[in-house]
Design a protein around this ligand. Structure first.
Ligand code: PEP
Ligand code: MG
Length: 467
């Protein structure tokens, strides 16, 4: 119980509530009765509220308690906690755990906030009110800097702001290489409001809208109407640009209390994304209906995550066709043509890419997962970060094979993993024929500059790609 965890196990009150809450919610989740099963989410919700109350004295999150600009320092932040941070106050994020490829770090990048992960235990000694420098570029955190260091970093920040201002000139330019190859530049988004930053940074469309964030930080699934309004809003905001909405990619580190997802030994290899959608069809139908309805308001494309077989794509498309017929019969407008895409983020999808290309209009390479599955290297584990490398020849060969098979079948290929913004890789990706780059809005101008400074005819591919 909570009391014995505090008295006997000497846990903090918050840790005791969390542990007991988890035990009880697991107990409910294992019950046969569907009604009782659903109560697991209630227990979790109550535990979270209790923990917040213990931390902040009121029934509110740390976020809403803040009234001035601040740096969030935490042992770890879940993706849903990160996305709920107030963009107008938060200045930077520092976490003891995590890695630069965890979803919390990716979200921070989309929000344009400096973030440093995996700083270890040191954070425990940081108290509220201390001055802290967060250098997201170098991955450095300095607590209580002396006057000289503070001044150095003020100058660094100024130089950085000036560099960004110079890059602004690229926003309105077309992304074309020195030797005349035009590619598409798009933004990744996690929220409807990200369309603003996308457009300000010259994005031609949204290359990845992570729809799962509509399902997080809540205990009830989002309704068809709520989803429809969100998709419609972003599609209208980017019109006539294309908005690629990825169907629910929940699971692994992206947790939701709306679904009673089982605790798994290897969640990254488990019940997630398309596997859940094709299993819980009613929920998937709701999302597909909302997507089809929103397609009437602009250029909406649908993309499927974590695909490992042709069958998964066939099933999703067959469900969509049924729903389309249903909507038309109800007199609800639907776009005549919706582009379909598959995320290439598993080795199986690369190996099957010649076949998958026959089923869709485009591919988008999700390097965040593709690297972890190719290299057998957890993207959240900074301690094996040396293996998590987009420049590894095995990863580059995966990318090469994907682009080759897509082009052979006459479809275009984009990249929406973080590697799309890695300018070390840009010349190689251009040489391999990548058609579209999608990255955090704040990375787009630098990326466009790199593309415009590349002469593809001068790029020499690594030897592993030419043999
Ligand atoms: C990816 O895996 O590269 C990707 C873009 O999806 P996510 O980071 O959300 O898993
Ligand atoms: Mg992924």
């Amino acid at each position: 119980s909570i009391t014995s965890n505090i008295q006997d196990a000497k846990m903090s009150a918050q840790a005791a509530v969390r542990k007991t809450g988890e035990e009880f919610s697991e107990m409910f989740a294992l019950m046969d009765d569907a009604y009782m099963k659903e109560r697991a989410a209630d227990i979790k919700d109550i535990s979270e509220r209790l923990i917040r109350k213990l931390c902040y004295g009121r029934n509110q999150s740390c976020e809403t308690a803040m009234t001035e600009p601040y740096v969030a320092a935490a042992e770890d932040l879940t993706p849903s906690q990160t996305v709920s941070l107030n963009k107008s106050l938060i200045q930077a994020i520092v976490t003891g755990k995590g890695s630069q490829f965890s979803h919390s770090a990716i979200l921070a990048r989309i929000m344009g906030i400096p973030a440093v992960a995996d700083v270890g235990e040191g954070l425990r000694d940081v108290a509220e009110g201390q001055t802290i420098i967060v250098d997201g570029k170098e991955g450095i955190v300095i607590v209580d800097p002396d006057a000289e260091t503070l001044e150095q970093y003020r100058q660094k920040r100024e130089a950085f702001c000036q560099y960004r201002a110079e890059l602004a000139a690229y926003a309105s330019k077309a992304a074309e290489t020195k030797d005349g190859r035009r590619v598409e530049i798009c933004a990744n988004a996690a929220d409807v409001s990200d369309a603003e930053a996308a457009k300000a940074n010259g994005a031609e469309g949204i290359g990845l809208f992570r729809s799962e964030f509509l399902y997080m930080d809540r205990t009830e699934l989002p309704s068809e109407e709520e989803q429809f309004l969100a998709y419609k809003q972003i599609v209208e905001a980017m019109n006539p640009g294309r908005v690629i909405i990825r169907t629910l990619d929940i699971g692994a580190d992206k947790h939701t209390d709306c679904l009673n997802l089982p605790k798994e030994e290897n969640p990254a290899l488990g019940y997630r994304a398309i596997r859940i959608c094709l299993d819980q069809k009613d929920m998937f139908r709701t999302q597909l209906r909302a997507l089809l309805r929103a397609s009437a308001y602009g250029r909406l494309a649908v993309m499927l995550p974590m695909i490992v077989s042709e069958e998964e794509v066939r099933q999703a498309r067959a469900m969509t066709e049924e729903i389309r017929a249903e909507l038309i019969a109800q007199g609800i407008p639907v776009a005549e043509k919706i582009e379909w895409g598959v995320m290439i983020e598993t080795p199986a999808s690369v190996i099957m890419s010649d076949r998958l290309a026959e089923l869709v209009d485009f591919f988008s390479i999700g390097t965040n997962d593709l690297i972890q599955y190719t290299m057998a290297c957890d993207r959240m584990n900074a301690h094996i970060g040396h293996l998590y490398d987009a420049m590894n020849p095995a990863v580059l060969r995966m990318i090469q094979q994907t682009i080759h098979n897509a082009h052979k079948a006459g479809i275009w290929v984009g990249m929406c993993g973080e590697a799309a913004a890695d300018i070390r890789l840009t010349p190689i990706l251009l040489k391999l024929g990548l058609d579209e780059f999608s990255a955090a809005p704040g990375s787009l101008l630098k990326l466009k500059k790199q593309i415009m400074e590349t002469d593809i005819s001068q790029v020499i591919l690594p030897k592993e790609l030419t043999r």
